[in-house]
Structures are given as C-alpha cells and as structure tokens.
Design a protein around this ligand. Structure first.
Ligand SMILES: Cc1cc2nc3c(=O)[nH]c(=O)nc-3n(C[C@H](O)[C@H](O)[C@H](O)COP(=O)(O)OP(=O)(O)OC[C@H]3O[C@@H](n4cnc5c(N)ncnc54)[C@H](O)[C@@H]3O)c2cc1C
Length: 182
C-alpha cells in the first residue's frame, strides 16, 4: 500500500507496478492542484522517469534548457547569468528541464492506468493502519462520505489489495479531472 500519491508516491507506484507488485495507492485529493509550484527537474530524474516508462510522454510536455538568468524582479535586468545542469548529457538527457507541475503529475497518474495490479483510490485517506505478523489491516476512509471500511488481508498484501478493490468498487468519487476515471 502506498499512502500519498504526490510525486514520490506516484513515481514509486509506477516503478513497482512494472514489476507486477499488487499495489493499493491512497490519495486524499481528487483533483490535481491547478497552480504550479515546482518548475525544474534534472537529467537524473529524467532517467528515473525513463525507468518508469514515462520519459517520452514527459519529454513531450517539458522543455530542456541550459541558460539561466537570475532576476530580482519580473522584467528586471539579470543580476546573474549562468548555465544550469550537467551539459554533457551523462544520463543520456539534457541536464535541466522546465515543466508545468500539474501536467507532469498528470503523466504519473495516467501511467498508473497501465497496470491492472495498481489500484489508485482518490479522495480517500488511511484512518488507521495495523500490521500483524500474518496480515495488514487498514481503515480506509472516503473523505466525501466519511464512511470507513476496515480492510484486512489474511494472506498478505495481495489479499489486502483484492479486499480494497471490492470494498470500494463502484464507490470511488469522480476522478475525471485527473484523467484517471476507469
Ligand atoms: C514553491 C515550491 C517550489 C518547488 N520547486 C521545485 C522544483 O523546481 N523542482 C523540484 O524538484 N522540487 C521542487 N519543489 C519540491 C517538490 O515540490 C517536493 O519535493 C515534492 O512535491 C515532494 O513530493 P512528495 O510526493 O514527497 O510530497 P507532496 O508533493 O507533498 O505530496 C504528498 C501527497 O500526499 C497527499 N496526502 C497528504 N496527506 C494525505 C493523507 N492523510 N492521506 C492520503 N493522501 C495524503 C497530498 O494530497 C499529496 O498529493 C518545490 C516545492 C515548493 C513548495
């Protein structure tokens, strides 16, 4: 189970999904936040995106660059001009990329749709998690309805995943703006 599908959780789910791991991913938000915060990633990250099978899509909606001006106010005169990132493509990609954060996150969430073994639940949070020697017990709460289901997997995580799926089948809130509605 992966709790929090931010960049870290969503990339992890894409990576493990490729290896056939059964994953239930729990994300509180139903929509991607509209406003960008992050703007830049480097070639090492692009290599990880490649490993997750997402580099081509991400490369299409991101832009590589190497020159950077440091301004103290919009439209002001640059107080510093420099080059950024490794310029020798030693990870096989340009060293610096700018991107639109919601678009980048959309690639991560779209990527999860490739894997029947990954179930992403949006609008949920884990109210409680208990680990036992032979099982995992998760209380997953739907934030819209405040209904909570205790999910217990008696035969390991594969069973937990199945239980999560059946507990919430047909009960997921709208995910259309994320582009991940089944
Ligand atoms: C202004 C700003 C600019 C930045 N610029 C850059 C940049 O240019 N390049 C760069 O690489 N990094 C940048 N960063 C850092 C980058 O945004 C973070 O490192 C990154 O977002 C961390 O990802 P994360 O998945 O660990 O956590 P988060 O992005 O915080 O994601 C956490 C996720 O968990 C969900 N969540 C939280 N609580 C629960 C819960 N109880 N149950 C279920 N889900 C839950 C949230 O909805 C969210 O989707 C910037 C950060 C800021 C604030």
């Amino acid at each position: 189970m992966i709790v929090r599908l931010g960049p870290t959780g969503a990339v992890l789910a894409n990576l493990l999904g490729q290896y056939g791991w059964n994953i239930a991913a729990i994300e509180r938000d139903v929509d991607l936040y509209y406003a960008p915060g992050a703007v830049h990633f480097d070639s090492e990250l692009m290599r990880i995106f490649q490993f997750a099978g997402l580099a081509e899509d991400i490369g299409r909606t991101s832009e590589s660059f190497k020159d950077m001006d440091l301004l103290l106010e919009p439209g002001g005169k640059p107080v510093m001009t420099t080059q950024i990132g490794s310029l020798d493509r030693h990870y096989g990609y340009p060293g610096a990329w700018r991107f639109h954060q919601s678009t980048l996150k959309g690639h991560f969430h779209q990527g999860l749709k490739r894997f029947p073994n990954v179930t992403a639940l949006y609008g949920y949070h884990p109210a409680s998690i208990k680990e036992h020697a032979d099982a995992v017990e998760v209380g997953v709460e739907c934030l819209a309805t405040q209904t909570k289901q205790i999910v217990r997997g008696a035969n390991g995580l594969g069973r937990v995943l199945e239980n999560v799926r059946s507990a919430f089948r047909g009960a997921q809130p709208q995910k259309t703006r994320l582009g991940v509605a089944a």
